[in-house]
Design a protein around this ligand. Structure first.
Ligand code: ZN
Ligand code: ZN
Length: 133
């Protein structure tokens, strides 16, 4: 397994991150919370082990919003980019939006999750499995 490092960040660049391969998983989330938080039909997440992910943010730039009692979402206070998710449901993992990476990573999305909450005005053009949650 190659030892690659993938970088990314927010729109303004005050919140940056690096992830060392391998990442853990990648999936499209269709839940209503992701939809509202990101203003998008669905959000593509990459799971990374905390031990392989480093966040490098300017002082005060990164804020966390508790979207449920168990989970919080990290975003840039300056440009509003929504980048991170972490939850006691997935201890030891940092979830990062695929779109926030600067370039390709080590895996492609493998599934649609929370499909039971998907919108009917946008249709994925793939044949990946569609899981209820
Ligand atoms: Zn920013
Ligand atoms: Zn979601």
């Amino acid at each position: 397994m190659s030892d690659e490092t993938f970088s990314g960040g927010c729109l303004c660049g005050q919140v940056r991150f690096t992830v060392q391969s391998p990442t853990l998983w990648c999936a499209h989330c269709h839940c209503s919370l992701c939809r509202k938080a990101h203003g998008a039909a669905w959000v593509t997440w990459v799971g990374a082990a905390d031990s392989r992910a480093v966040i490098d943010a300017a002082a005060g730039a990164l804020s966390w919003y508790a979207s449920t009692p168990e989970a919080e979402r990290g975003f840039c206070r300056h440009c509003g980019s929504t980048i991170f998710f972490r939850s006691s449901r997935w201890p030891g993992e940092l979830h990062i939006t695929h779109a926030s990476f600067d370039a390709a990573i080590d895996r492609d999305p493998s599934a649609h999750v929370w499909w039971d909450q998907h919108v009917d005005w946008a249709e994925p053009g793939d044949s990946l499995p569609r899981k209820p949650s």
